[in-house]
Design a protein around this ligand. Structure first.
Ligand code: COA
Length: 144
């Protein structure tokens, strides 16, 4: 685990590496259309990229409205605790910024991943985003 390193920064600093991972995971693996993947939130979000040595292997973004999104770990690196390290780093950053709550729209298959981190399903209503079922989840930082 000690070989992993996490950088956070603005889109103009991390775009190259974050884009690489999101292309692999969302556009190629999950067939998300290119025009749905990139939006105006990228320019104003705080981005996170995890590196294994010099290779970018995971990413996510923290929006101004306290949403976490675009959480992606390269297929070759899943199940190693990297997604968890990434999310804990974002939660730590949000606490440092004195945010009081976080939210996200979880792909249904990833609910246990987020639940294990302390996120709770809001009302259980599923909605489709890019044809993929999602559920809203929240996390309170007051007790974190
Ligand atoms: N179902 C059940 N549990 C899961 C899970 C899943 N799909 N994915 C991870 N977990 C659990 C792990 O077992 C582990 O549990 P533990 O702490 O008790 O050992 C914990 O969550 C952390 O797992 P981790 O290895 O850190 O997860 P990961 O690095 O494989 O990343 C995702 C998880 C969801 C980010 C990764 O699978 C991914 O990138 N998927 C494709 C993109 C995607 O769907 N992103 C989510 C968009 S909402």
């Amino acid at each position: 685990m000690s070989d992993f390193n996490i950088l956070s920064g603005h889109w103009n600093e991390l775009q190259h590496d974050a884009e690489l991972i999101r292309r692999h995971v969302f556009i190629q693996e999950q067939n998300i259309p290119e025009n749905e993947e990139w939006d105006d939130q990228d320019a104003i979000s705080l981005h996170f990229v995890v590196y294994d040595q010099n290779q970018a292997i995971a990413t996510a973004r923290l929006l101004e409205n306290n949403s976490i999104g675009r959480v992606a770990v390269l297929k070759s690196h899943r199940g190693l605790g990297i997604g968890k390290i990434l999310m804990l780093n974002i939660i730590q950053q949000a606490a440092k910024e004195q945010r009081t709550a976080l939210k996200l729209s979880a792909q249904v298959h990833a609910i246990p991943f987020y639940a294990g981190l302390g996120f709770a399903v809001q009302d259980g209503t599923e909605h489709l985003d890019c044809g993929i079922p999602h559920i809203d989840m929240t996390f309170s930082l007051k007790s974190a």
